[in-house]
Structures are given as structure tokens and as C-alpha cells.
Design a protein around this ligand. Structure first.
Ligand code: NAD
Length: 259
């Protein structure tokens, strides 16, 4: 029997995190480090990545950061290979980079539609594929945690967001399909489905009291989630505590989807 707290540890696991320069990804990086992991922070935002200083915040341990645009296949291949060279292996991918370009469906341009699909679906697939190739090649299995959304499981919400909802619906079923395909290689694939989370992602909303009141009204727990609350679910899904869990979409939604 593994001791209770050990089940949630990630000691010496190499954890790659996309969209790690801020928000949910950065919160996941901090929690993974506290759980003992070696984290590799990946983000297209060079300045925000450079501003992260785990040593200054008193957090030691091995970590690295790389600029990566998840839509650039050449970069994804190169950066994932570099992570293996630097850290020896990839155990976990937290596949989290994502964007939203909110517009009514009838006003949405093809360019905006394609940009959201490119980052949220194609970028997520490329990162999952490159992580799995290396896990399978090394023969040690691993875990992938995708960031979906309640909007991947609901057509509702407080404003129209068709490209985002479509893309996160794709993430939900990508998660299930990869879980089935990669189970023989001992790679577990799960996703979190957060409600509105208090990050830069929704900064424009949090400045509008009327929208915040509507979010509270459609959320049984009556508030936004914190980035750490989502990160905690990610650590669980990456950890030995979830050893028998794959293909699962874990809502971190204050009850939104229970209604
Ligand atoms: N905040 C919310 O309300 C909420 C709710 C549900 C799901 N999510 C999802 O959570 C994930 C993280 O969101 P967040 O709230 O932390 O947002 P955020 O905007 O604070 O952080 C997103 C990060 O992703 C990075 N990024 C964007 N495009 C990228 C690309 N092409 N390549 C590499 N990095 C890229 C950004 O630079 C940024 O650092 C996203 O997938 C988002 O869809 C967010």
C-alpha cells in the first residue's frame, strides 16, 4: 500500500507544461514543483516566461523554460526533443495553452475561427503526439492532462463563443480517443474542464459587474475558480493517485455541469 500523501507526489517526474507563463499553467507548474516534479515551462510569451523566478521565491529544484508556439510543428518537435536531452525523459504533459476569440457566430471571421482551432486543437494534438512518441520510444508510459473547458461540454455560458466551444468539444473527444489508443503503452490521457477561472483569460469579463453576476448566477458555488483549484485537479490526474483513471474529463466547475 502506498501512503496516502505519496499517492499525490510527482517526485523526479519530468513534467512539461504548455501555456505555463501565467494563469492556470503557471499555477500547475508551482504545484507540480511542490509535489517534487522537475518542470519544463513552455509558452509563446518570452517576456512572461523570463519574469518567472522560482529561485527568488525560495523554490529550488531543477526546472527549465523554453519559448514555444504550440501551433508551430517544427518548434514543438525541437523543444520536446530538447526537453528529453536536458531532463532525460518526459513523464507528464500538461497540455494547457489555449485562446478564445469571442464573437457571435454570424460575425466570426474564418481567420478567427482557424486561429482558435489551430491553437486549441491542432497545437494540443501536436504536443500530445510529440510527448507520446517519446514516452512510447522510451517504453515507460506517462500521463497527459489536457485543458478542456465546461464550454467543451455545454453550448451555454454568458456570451457567444462558438469557435472556443467547438475547439474544447474537440479536446474532450481527443482526450477520450487518445486514452483508448495509448492505453496499451501505459499512457493515461485525461482532461480538466474548468468553469470561468480568475486569470488574464477572463480579465475583460471581470471588469464587467453585470457579467460577473451572470457567471455567479449560472454557477452553483456562485464564484469563479482559482487557477490553483484547476492546477490541483491537474496534479491529481498526473499522479499515481489517478493510476486507474484514463479518458476522463474532470469538471472543476463549481457545479455548472451538474445542473
Ligand atoms: N480562465 C478561464 O476562464 C478558463 C476556463 C476554462 C478553460 N480555460 C483554459 O485554460 C487554459 C489556460 O488558460 P488561462 O486561464 O491560464 O489563460 P491565460 O491567458 O492566463 O494563459 C494562457 C497562456 O497560454 C499561452 N499561449 C497562448 N497561445 C499559445 C501558443 N500558440 N503557444 C504557446 N503558448 C500559448 C499564453 O501566452 C498564456 O501564457 C486554456 O486552454 C484555456 O482555454 C480557461
Amino acid at each position: 500500500m502506498t501512503a496516502a500523501m505519496d499517492l499525490f507526489r510527482l517526485d523526479d517526474k519530468v513534467v512539461l507544461i504548455t501555456g505555463a507563463a501565467q494563469g492556470i499553467g503557471l499555477a500547475a507548474a508551482k504545484l507540480c514543483r511542490q509535489a517534487g516534479a522537475r518542470v519544463v515551462l513552455l509558452d509563446q510569451n518570452h517576456e512572461a516566461l523570463q519574469a518567472i523566478d522560482f529561485e527568488a521565491s525560495g523554490e529550488g529544484g531543477t526546472w527549465s523554460r523554453h519559448v514555444l508556439d504550440v501551433t508551430r510543428e517544427d518548434q514543438v518537435c525541437e523543444v520536446f526533443e530538447r526537453a528529453v536531452v536536458s531532463h532525460g525523459r518526459i513523464d507528464v504533459l500538461i497540455n494547457n495553452a489555449g485562446i478564445a476569440l469571442r464573437d457571435a457566430a454570424v460575425d466570426l471571421s474564418r481567420e478567427a475561427w482557424e486561429r482558435v482551432m489551430d491553437v486549441n486543437v491542432t497545437g494540443m494534438f501536436l504536443c500530445a503526439r510529440e510527448a507520446a512518441r517519446r514516452m512510447i520510444g522510451a517504453g515507460h508510459g506517462g500521463a497527459v492532462v489536457n485543458t478542456a473547458s465546461i464550454m467543451g461540454l455545454s453550448g451555454g455560458g454568458v456570451y457567444p463563443n462558438i469557435s472556443y466551444q467547438t475547439s474544447k468539444g474537440a479536446v474532450v473527444n481527443m482526450t477520450r480517443a487518445l486514452a483508448v489508443e495509448w492505453a496499451p503503452h501505459a499512457i493515461r490521457v485525461n482532461a480538466v474542464a474548468p468553469t470561468y477561472v480568475d486569470t488574464q483569460f477572463v480579465a475583460a469579463l471581470t471588469r464587467q459587474p453585470e457579467l460577473m453576476a451572470r457567471i455567479a448566477a449560472v454557477t452553483p458555488l456562485r464564484r469563479l475558480a482559482t487557477a490553483q483549484e484547476v492546477a490541483a485537479a491537474m496534479v491529481f490526474l498526473a499522479s499515481p493517485a489517478a493510476a486507474m483513471t484514463t479518458g476522463h474529463i474532470l469538471a472543476v466547475d463549481g457545479g455548472f455541469l451538474a445542473q
